[in-house]
Design a protein around this ligand. Structure first.
Ligand code: 9MG
Length: 288
């Protein structure tokens, strides 16, 4: 849903615009010891910050800072632990870059503190279903990404079941969007995310990718997070550290299907991949 110039959507991330005139890249910055994809490589705030600068230079359009892993079986962290991890990083990123910053959290208190430190978007894998989360997001008046998740992070992969995964995910997200709008969140501040890998088997993830146009047709920008996910391991047999090619293929497919934002670990490679797609799409409308 990139539309004509008159229709171009833009998210105002706390004064830092994220213009959705082409698929945008959200760089993942985990400040956690146990994220599934990078095993603590970015644990210290200093290292996290250096990595964020590398992602910015490589073409990231927004940086997503997270202090709690959403991997199945990951340890829960307290509000204070999460704040201690993310706030120094957000403050430094705010001061040292011009990029919008998103906070990956489900906790209302973390949303508020992160926004005060400079975060301009809320990325919640629980779609603001936590205590006080909708109220906090409405009060902060920042863009929010509402993600679908079946079950709970700890047990979501046990036996996910759907009759029609695309219809059920779409219905859930539109219902959450309606609840958010009724609570005072502006419609233009809502981004939807089918939640690849969150309570989904490979067949569900592939159906969602195929059916993404259905989700994109409701006027909300769609975010897709597929980078290094286990579906790539299931298709290719590769370990997390060896899923770059699979991640790029999925970022390309998601963007082609209409995703406005792709959430990725490998920013430089994704930027090149999306440039190729953009050139190809431009050649369709402007043939030689
Ligand atoms: C935090 N996080 C991990 N995977 C994600 C995904 O697919 N989407 C969003 N919005 N956040 C994610």
């Amino acid at each position: 849903m990139h539309g004509t110039p008159e229709q171009t959507l833009s998210l105002d991330c706390g004064g830092r615009p994220l213009v959705l005139d082409r698929p945008r890249i959200m760089g993942v910055l985990n400040v956690t010891p146990d994220s599934f994809s990078d095993g603590g490589a970015w644990l210290s705030p200093r290292e996290a910050l250096m990595h964020a600068h590398r992602m910015a230079a490589a073409g990231a359009d927004i940086i997503d800072v997270g202090g709690e892993s959403t991997r199945p079986g990951a340890a829960e962290v307290s509000v204070q632990q999460e704040l201690d991890r993310v706030i120094p990083v957000i403050e430094a990123l705010w001061a040292e870059t011009r990029l919008p910053i998103s906070i990956d959290t489900s906790k209302a208190e973390v949303m508020r503190e992160a926004a005060a430190a400079g975060a301009g978007m809320i990325n919640d894998v629980c779609a603001l279903r936590g205590d006080d989360a909708v109220e906090a997001a409405a009060e902060l008046a920042l863009p929010v990404c509402l993600m679908h998740l079946q079950g709970k992070p700890g047990s979501m992969q046990r036996e996910p079941r759907y009759e029609d995964v695309c219809a059920e995910v779409t219905t859930f997200l539109l219902k959450r969007a309606e609840i958010c709008i009724n609570a005072g969140i502006a419609r233009e501040n809502i981004v939807l995310d089918p939640g690849f890998g969150f309570g989904k088997l490979l067949e569900h993830n592939l159906a969602l990718l195929q059916g993404m146009a259905q989700l994109c047709g409701h006027g909300f920008p769609v975010l897709a997070g597929l980078s290094r996910k286990s579906m790539i391991g299931q298709i290719t047999g590769r370990e997390v550290s060896d899923r770059l090619a699979g991640s790029l293929a999925l970022a390309l497919l998601a963007a082609q299907q209409g995703a406005s934002i792709v959430r990725v670990h490998d920013v430089a490679e994704t930027a090149d991949t999306l440039r190729v797609l953009e050139a190809f799409q431009a050649s369709l409308t402007d043939p030689a």
